[in-house]
Design a protein around this ligand. Structure first.
Ligand code: IVH
Length: 681
């Protein structure tokens, strides 16, 4: 926010609406949640001072944003509301006393207890079931009408196709659960890493990634992203909910039995003191949770008491969000460095005056790429806001305009035109926001990163060869090409700094252990752009000797599902390079393959074997996962988007666009029954 000048109401409202458009509309907020919340608080304060009724303030704020018009609409059975926020214990005390006063007035004599649970930082979703079967899903949209994302969420972790209930949902033919779609931190990190590798959009935090991934027009894109849904409430259709759960805490336990994931950690049915201890505990341990949270939600537990309090146009009166202080800090930019990645990508990184964010000392923060740097216009000497988002890499959010900084700002930072490490030429690939050094492994930075990848866990898995040791061995000229790793011996390393007899022996042992490997591991370890472990596996199924890769043809590669022109181009470029060929030949002298001809698994052969399948719509007889397992058990593959290499499309109820695409591509289409019938043939 920075500016000390008082803003007018009109200006504040305009800013709030702009930020809502960026956050809800574009999934790309321009300010931190904290700054947005503070603007909203300013509006409440101004309106209170001028006697503007709260319901008018809330009307301005709304609960979301108009939906993307490309989506079909789903009208919510009951509005999807937002929550009122408090930022300190005073605010929470006020909430507790408001609830108590209200219930007293209503002559409530029973005990007043609360449930408190983590506030997941994701995207709100409403999921409908009829007679226990998944029917549709919608985003919050503007609160009244949401975006139809039914196809996108089929099969998502935490959204059962069929509810796990033997005795039926007592009186609940229709059942609507509300909750949050999130990226677990581990999934978000892996996803961003993958995006970075293929120079695709890298998300600044898990919430934006979840929103961007959920609101895809192509449902196969959403399905390919590891999202998770947590249920935190349900729509009460005329008191029926109370039949099987009298309180929020008991509802959550029922929802868990049905097959939903529910917010954890949580405390249930407690008085206010215990709620405060819970808040303290969560604030101290939030870093260790598997997902990002932006606070704790405190809810009156009893459904009858909730009903008495009711809701405003924007939020229920029986619940409140306690927002934790934001993990954003300000610090000084001492300089901007350029890091060169494994594939030559030049990443600008701000060198910072060390700052403490949530207990972690941060002295570097990424500026992502040239476009981001230009947009944020960060310069040495600036004060910036930084945050540690879901990603472990801290990032610069924006420059904080200060008076002194305005006067003596440094020069606008220019990205180098040559590689800062090897002075090689850089190029900007069409459609990508990254500059890339074209020197490949000739560039010392890329060579070092290639070695770090080669020895990493999923690659050759050489224990004791971390990034620091790799750098040390390069500096000592012991590693000049990749295969030199296998030339290291006890006497060459035991005398090095930081090595002792024991650690040298351990390293040599683990290098020796890694010599026995598989085709796919070695291929993946070579670090060819776009060739991940799965692609490496598929390619290796096509060869009998590793050397066959030197002469494999484009046509043969095209036969492999999910291997497209980008992968093939990168693959062929690598193997056509004479230096790479020499490197690989040297490596082949050092390694031994586990019996490459042994079939990896015993499979029952049938019409599925070596064929690829796509599923669309809601299956009636099988759960989606059961159908997919059937295919895999018989040696087939399940894919998430229709390509010319897809062999079968199996459709259930309300199939999505994949069915049409499959028909258009002349792919064999089968109903669920026809598919099951074929197993008896
Ligand atoms: S209860 C009427 N519980 O936070 C809305 N909401 O900022 C009642 N959220 O719209 C919501 N975790 O999408 C509830 N444990 C939780 C939550 C949660 C995240 C979201 C929800 C809500 C938003 C308000």
């Amino acid at each position: 926010m920075g500016s000390s000048k008082k803003k007018s109401r009109t200006q504040i409202v305009k800013e709030i609406l702009d930020h809502q458009a960026s956050y809800h509309g574009d999934d790309a907020p321009k300010v931190s949640d904290y700054d947005y919340d503070m603007l909203v608080q300013q509006l409440y304060a101004i309106d209170k001072k001028h006697g503007i009724p709260i319901k008018d303030t809330e009307k301005v704020l709304g609960v979301g944003y108009q939906i993307k018009k490309e989506f079909r609409e789903i009208m919510h059975v009951k509005p999807m509301l937002s929550l009122e926020n408090v930022f300190d214990t005073n605010g929470l005390d006020l909430f507790f006393s408001r609830v108590t006063d209200y219930l007293k007035k209503e002559n409530v004599t029973e005990e007043i207890t609360y449930t408190a649970e983590v506030k997941l930082d994701g995207v709100a979703l409403s999921v409908r079931y009829i007679n226990g079967k998944f029917i549709s899903a919608a985003t919050r949209g503007d609160g009244a009408v949401g975006e139809d994302v039914t196809q996108n969420v089929i099969g998502m972790t935490g959204i059962p196709d069929v509810l796990n209930t033997n005795d039926g949902l007592i009186g609940l033919k229709e059942f609507e659960v509300r909750g949050e779609v999130v990226f677990l931190k581990k999934d978000f990190f892996a996803f961003n890493e993958q995006q970075r590798k293929v120079s695709a959009k890298v998300f600044s935090n898990s919430r934006n990634a979840a929103a961007g991934s959920l609101r895809q027009l192509d449902s196969s894109k959403t399905s390919s992203r590891p999202l998770t849904f947590f249920a935190h409430g349900a729509v009460d259709n005329g008191n029926k909910l109370k039949l099987f759960a009298p309180s929020h805490s008991s509802f959550l336990l029922e929802a868990k039995k049905f097959g939903f994931l529910i917010p954890e950690p949580r405390v249930e049915g407690l008085g206010t003191d215990s709620i405060y201890s819970f808040l303290k505990k969560i604030n101290e341990t939030r870093e260790t949770l598997p997902f990002d949270i932006d606070g704790v939600v405190i809810k009156l537990d009893s459904f009858s008491q909730q009903e008495l309090l009711g809701s405003t146009v924007r939020a229920p009166r029986y619940a409140i969000a306690f927002k934790f202080p934001s993990q954003v800090v300000k610090t000084l930019v001492k300089g901007i460095d350029i890091q060169v990645g494994r594939f030559g990508t030049l990443t600008p990184v701000a060198r910072l005056e060390p700052a403490d964010i949530g207990g972690v000392i941060v002295s570097n923060a990424t500026l992502h790429n040239e476009d981001e740097l230009k947009k944020k216009d960060v310069r040495p000497g600036d004060i910036v806001e930084i945050r540690r988002a879901g990603d472990v890499i801290p990032e610069v959010i924006k420059v904080v305009p200060t008076e002194s900084c305005k006067k003596k700002r440094g020069q606008k930072f220019k990205m180098p035109t040559i590689c800062p490490v090897c002075s090689g030429i850089t190029e900007r690939v069409d459609g990508e926001s990254a500059l890339r050094c074209v020197n490949g492994k000739e560039c010392p930075a890329q060579f070092e990163q290639a070695l770090i990848h080669f020895v990493s866990k999923k690659a050759m898995n050489i224990d004791g060869l971390g990034a620091k040791v790799v750098k040390q061995l390069i500096d000592e000229k012991l590693l000049v090409c990749v295969s030199d790793i296998f030339k290291l011996n006890y006497s060459s390393i035991s005398s090095l700094e930081r090595f002792g007899n024991k650690s040298a022996k351990k390293l040599i042992d683990s290098i020796d252990d890694s010599r026995t490997t598989s085709f796919e591991k070695l291929l993946f370890s070579l670090g060819i752009r776009h060739v991940g472990l799965e692609t490496a596996k598929s390619i290796c199924k096509k060869i009998e000797r590793f050397e066959d890769l030197f002469s494999i043809t484009e046509e043969r590669l095209l036969e492999i599902n999910d291997v497209g022109p980008i992968v093939i181009k990168s693959f062929l470029n690598f193997f056509r390079d004479s230096n790479n060929q020499k490197d690989v030949k040297n490596l082949l002298e050092e390694v031994v393959f586990e019996n490459p001809y042994a079939p990896s698994k015993v499979i029952k052969k049938n019409f599925c074997t070596e064929k690829s399948f796509i599923f669309t719509g809601v299956l009636k007889k099988l759960k989606r996962i059961e159908a997919e397992n059937l295919v895999v058990e018989h040696g087939g593959r399940v894919v998430t988007s229709v390509t010319k290499n897809t062999d079968f499309c199996i459709y259930g109820e309300s199939p999505g666009s994949k069915l049409k695409k499959a028909n258009d591509a002349m792919i064999k289409v089968m109903s669920e029954d026809e598919f099951l019938q074929k197993f008896n043939e």
